[in-house]
Ligand binder design. Structure first.
Ligand code: CU
Length: 631
């Protein structure tokens, strides 16, 4: 989206509807909320913080690692989603947040086993060892942490395990809501999958962005018996970092102003601490980066801190992504990580001295108008420095390694090899009005809730159980969207640039073509009319994944075999896009409600797919993606 919104009132009228029908748990507009100038963070029309957060000296506090979750019975955890208070920096008072505690419940009373006032404890799972996790919603109903938001949340919660291959009923889809005031739901995780940096986070219908911002997210890596053989850095030399951006009120409490339709904070927070530092020895470390931000992409690199004259920069090698290890670990000098993505990176500080800043130069919103690099033209605030690594001498030999190849159970078949049997499905992303993104199928853009206007099409992604599908995501919106599919390990096939879009005029039947934004005015449908040459994935994004960077003016193709029956979702992982919960954003001040970039999936045996062509190979994919058969 652009920083200035020009909302046609007719469009607003389409988008505004009663929260009663299919969305009973949706938050309600806070009529008492004053519509004056914002008291913190973003304004309705500015993605930069118009009221900057209080400043703090960076790189003072040490970054922590989340507590490790303790079971309350054999192979069972209970996570209590609760309100708490947390200090984001030394000298800052503890302010209201949400977190998950691992608890044991006896007679309705929680005994805290692993405490987290913000974020959640780390649950380490093992391949072949199933666990159950009960989510207990100890949030109070109707208590609003962020009045700037203009909505009164219901404080329902959903526990979603992102990247896990679990039964659909244990997945944590937006409709699997748990009521506040002590409601529970138990999810079963079979852990029949390779070692992977899985994470968990809230997925409540239309309030995911609110709940994750408040703190409802945690790390849940799966391990297997192959992993120790890779000889990567482990133990104290392996760390996980949840990267987030926040805004704060003058009183140091969290500000969530939800500018439209993205949120960009002006303060970097890693594992719940503002601009922290990490002491490291001059050796190899394995870092898992989790983008737990609402809307911000990060383009990570290591830059010398002020005064550091060392000329040997720490070397970054990507060894893993969302759902497992890369077959070919790949050195990078910078690494783009979009919302919901995880990358596991070995950083070698050997030979370096002094302090190094984990830096970021990603545009906000991404990709902006400077090829993804932050520029003065960005609508959102920039965060050039996230945290600092302070290098000291090695205290013991570094016997870890970066293997030339990593042989895992889920990384030896390439995306191209899967095309032999894959069937091609078309999906698309576009905007129905400027700044109002939606997802759709080959025919047009749709809303999530079945009864919703304007089309009420229900589920369009009906998938035959056991089949392999390549999805071509036609993104004719101005933003890059991180596209996430639940319950499937996917691989990136590649991308095609689009130079001309088009649609068939419903009255004349003729083909209308034009640049980005050219689309059927009624359905929002757009076909790629002119395609550039196929672009192979970056070496770092060839591993097992579940979330893909889908740039504008591109057809991004990713492939998966769907092995889990049931109902789930695919969506954009910009949390404000999947929620599309905007209030203070429209010039009229009216609430705008719709899960804009959320779509259902239905996976079952025996669904005929004769309409989906078999891809066979890359040459044929070129032809199929270029086909304008719809005209
Ligand atoms: Cu999006």
């Amino acid at each position: 989206m652009k920083n200035k919104l020009g909302w046609p009132l007719a469009t607003l009228a389409i988008l505004i509807f009663a929260a009663g029908q299919a969305v009973a748990a949706a938050p309600i507009a806070n009529a008492a909320m004053p519509m004056g100038p914002p008291t913190c963070g973003q304004s309705p029309t500015e993605l930069r913080s118009v009221v900057p957060s209080p400043v703090t000296t960076p790189f003072v506090d040490n970054v922590g690692q989340p507590a490790v979750a303790v079971t309350d019975s054999a192979n069972h955890y209970t996570l209590s989603a609760h309100m708490d208070t947390h200090s984001f920096a030394t000298g800052w008072r503890a302010v209201p947040t949400m977190g998950y505690d691992a608890v044991k419940v006896t007679g309705g009373v929680n005994t805290v086993l692993s405490h987290m006032a913000y974020l959640g404890p780390t649950i380490v799972t093992k391949k072949g060892k199933p666990i159950q996790v009960t989510i207990k919603n100890d949030l109070p109903a109707g208590v609003d942490l962020f009045p700037q938001w203009g909505m009164i949340p219901q404080n329902t919660t959903v526990l979603h395990r992102h990247g896990g291959l679990q039964p659909a009923l244990s997945d944590g889809t937006p409709d699997q809501m748990v009521a506040p005031g002590g409601g529970t739901r138990t999810n079963y995780y079979p852990n029949n999958q390779a070692a992977a940096p899985i994470w968990y986070h809230d997925h409540a219908d239309m309030t995911t962005s609110y709940n994750v911002y408040a703190g409802l997210a945690g790390y849940m890596p799966n391990t297997d018996t192959l992993e120790p053989g890779f000889n990567l850095p482990t133990g104290a030399f392996s760390k996980a970092y949840v990267l987030q951006d926040k805004s704060f009120n003058p009183d140091k409490s969290l500000c969530y102003s939800h500018g439209s339709p993205e949120f960009f904070g002006d303060t970097p927070v890693v594992n719940g601490t503002i601009s922290p530092k990490q002491e490291v020895e001059a050796r190899k470390y394995m870092f898992t980066f989790i983008n737990g931000s609402d809307s911000r992409f990060y383009n990570l690199s290591m830059k010398p801190a002020e005064g550091n004259l060392s000329t040997i920069a720490p070397k970054m090698t990507v060894v893993g992504s969302d759902d497992g290890y890369l077959f070919n670990p790949t050195p990078v000098t910078s690494l783009l990580i979009a919302n919901g993505e995880r990358y596991t990176v070995v950083v070698n500080f050997k030979g370096t001295t002094g302090n190094w800043v984990l830096s970021n130069d990603a545009a906000t919103p991404y990709p902006g108008d400077n090829n993804g690099i932050a520029s003065s033209g960005d609508a959102g605030a920039q965060l050039p420095s996230l945290m600092r690594f302070d290098v000291s001498k090695r205290t013991s030999p570094d016997t870890s390694d970066i293997p030339g190849r990593i042989l895992e159970t889920n990384n030896q078949v390439t995306a191209r090899e899967t095309l032999a049997t894959a069937q091609l499905r078309t999906v698309q992303a576009g905007e129905l009005a400027p700044g109002v993104p939606f997802l759709g199928d080959a025919k047009g853009l749709h809303m999530f809730h079945e009864a919703d206007p304007p089309d009420g099409v229900g589920t369009t992604e009906n998938i035959n159980l056991g089949s392999t599908e390549a999805w071509e995501m036609r993104n004719h919106s101005p933003d890059t969207h991180p596209m996430h599919t639940h319950l499937a390990e996917q691989l990136l096939v590649g991308r095609y640039p689009v130079t001309l879009w088009g649609y068939k005029d419903s009255k004349t039947g003729t083909l209308v073509t034009g640049p980005l934004g050219t689309q059927d005015p009624v359905t929002g449908n757009a076909y790629p009319v002119t395609l550039g040459a196929f672009q192979a994935p970056g070496a770092w994004e060839k591993g097992p994944k579940d979330t893909f960077v889908a740039p504008p003016n591109m057809v991004t193709v990713y492939v998966a075999t769907f092995t889990i029956p049931g109902d789930s979702v695919w969506h954009c992982h910009i949390l404000s896009h999947e929620d599309m919960m905007m209030t203070t954003t429209s010039p009229t001040g009216l609430p705008v409600i719709s899960d804009g970039m959320m779509r259902p999936t239905h996976i079952a045996a025996g669904i005929p797919q004769n309409q989906l062509p078999v891809v066979r190979n890359l040459n044929n994919l070129d032809k199929l993606v270029a086909v304008t058969a719809g005209f």
